[in-house]
Design a protein around this ligand. Structure first.
Ligand SMILES: NC(=O)C1=CN([C@@H]2O[C@H](COP(=O)(O)OP(=O)(O)OC[C@H]3O[C@@H](n4cnc5c(N)ncnc54)[C@H](OP(=O)(O)O)[C@@H]3O)[C@@H](O)[C@H]2O)C=CC1
Ligand SMILES: CC(C)(CO)C(=O)C(=O)O
Length: 331
């Protein structure tokens, strides 16, 4: 099968290398130093799925029409990346692998004829230098259809499921909000400049993360969303984060979501952007919680502080020690 991957960074690069390894014809799009490195040396995948050197074709835009496409750029780049490839993607099933609430819904105007599916991935992949992606923890990827039919979603799930663990979920919004709860972990590592595991060693900071998750859960509920899309976030954990006193909730959080992150240091995707000097996705993570909270009348002071602090770090490069980070997030 010919598979087009738009945005061969951390996750796009992971899928590209793994799909190449099992014999698909993989064509990727990339830009800047990443494009040059893939063309010169191939795409090297290391870590949890083994070592792969994928000699995939890399271009600025898809030169051919694929049978299936994955769009795996940051939320703020998605519409432009889709528009750049709109002709090649006409009518092609597209899986949008993205955190935040926009996903495939934001591409309706750009890719009107593509059956679209959203994907929330728990794979932790690091892209810190051109041409090399390291999987620090394999994980499940969950697919939920937007305009795709269940059959088209399942067909995409079968292709991806041959190389990583894949599940499907019935409700895209429930899946996206569930992942947004989990992504509150990103803030801790982005603000401290340390891997997730190290950031969560601080009780005070984990408590702040639990508070941000609680706000996210409450905004989702006010929006009528059922958070049941991700195996990493079972109903009992959601209840605990929502209802227990925060210090207790933070302990449950550490045992639940955080424990699934494995031992290999994972600089979440937000910290990776900071380390590469790229804009972060924070406006589409905590920023989305703030915007939806405003619309629905649910207070989100911790998420608001996260957005402010991460933007300050984008501007100054000055990370905060964990205790200071926890204080900075106190509303
Ligand atoms: N990394 C992870 O472990 C996980 C990430 N996610 C989510 O998956 C999505 C992708 O994240 P991730 O893989 O980390 O992101 P990366 O930044 O590592 O990869 C995206 C790549 O796409 C490139 N890109 C952006 N626009 C274009 C374009 N128009 N044409 C070609 N290339 C383009 C970027 O270039 P440039 O660097 O120049 O901007 C970058 O190299 C995000 O929504 C993220 O939140 C979800 C789960 C885990
Ligand atoms: C699953 C997790 C937390 C992996 O690091 C992620 O979604 C991210 O880094 O954006």
């Amino acid at each position: 099968m010919r598979i087009g991957i738009i945005g061969a960074g951390a996750l796009g690069g992971t899928f590209a290398a793994l799909l190449d390894r099992v014999g698909h014809e993989v064509v990727v799009t990339a830009r800047g130093a990443q494009l040059a490195a893939i063309r010169e040396r191939g795409l090297r995948l290391e870590g949890g799925y083994g070592e792969v050197l994928a000699r995939v074709r890399a271009e600025e835009a898809l030169p051919v029409t694929p049978d299936l496409a994955l769009l795996a750029v940051k939320a703020q780049d998605a519409a432009a990346a889709a528009a750049q490839n709109a002709r090649a993607l006409d009518g092609v099933p597209v899986v949008v692998v993205q955190n935040g609430l926009q996903g495939p819904q934001a591409l309706a105007a750009v890719l009107p004829t593509s059956p679209r599916t959203g994907a929330a991935s728990m794979i932790a992949a690091s892209f810190l230098s051109p041409g090399v992606v390291t999987v620090t923890a394999p994980g499940v990827t969950v697919l939920a259809a937007e305009t795709a039919t269940a059959a088209q979603r399942d067909a995409a799930a079968a292709v991806l499921g041959a190389v990583v663990e894949v599940r499907t979920a019935p409700d895209l919004a429930g899946l996206q909000w569930s992942k947004l709860v989990v992504n509150q972990l990103n803030a801790a590592s982005a603000i401290t400049g340390t891997p997730l595991q190290a950031a969560l060693e601080s009780r005070a900071l984990t408590t702040a993360v639990a508070a941000a998750m609680r706000e996210t859960i409450r905004v989702a509920r006010a929006d009528g969303v059922r958070l049941e899309g991700l195996p990493a976030l079972p109903p009992a954990l959601i209840r605990a984060i929502d209802r227990l006193p925060l210090p207790l909730a933070s302990r449950v959080l550490r045992r639940g979501v955080a424990a699934r992150m494995g031992d290999v240091p994972n600089p979440g995707s937000t910290l990776q952007s900071l380390r590469r000097g790229r804009p972060t996705e924070i406006d589409h993570l905590s920023g989305a919680v703030v915007a939806e909270g405003e619309r629905l009348g649910v207070p989100t002071p911790v998420n608001r502080r996260i957005v402010e602090v991460v933007h300050a770090i984008e501007a100054t490069g000055a990370f905060l020690p964990a205790g200071e980070a926890a204080r900075a997030l106190q509303a």
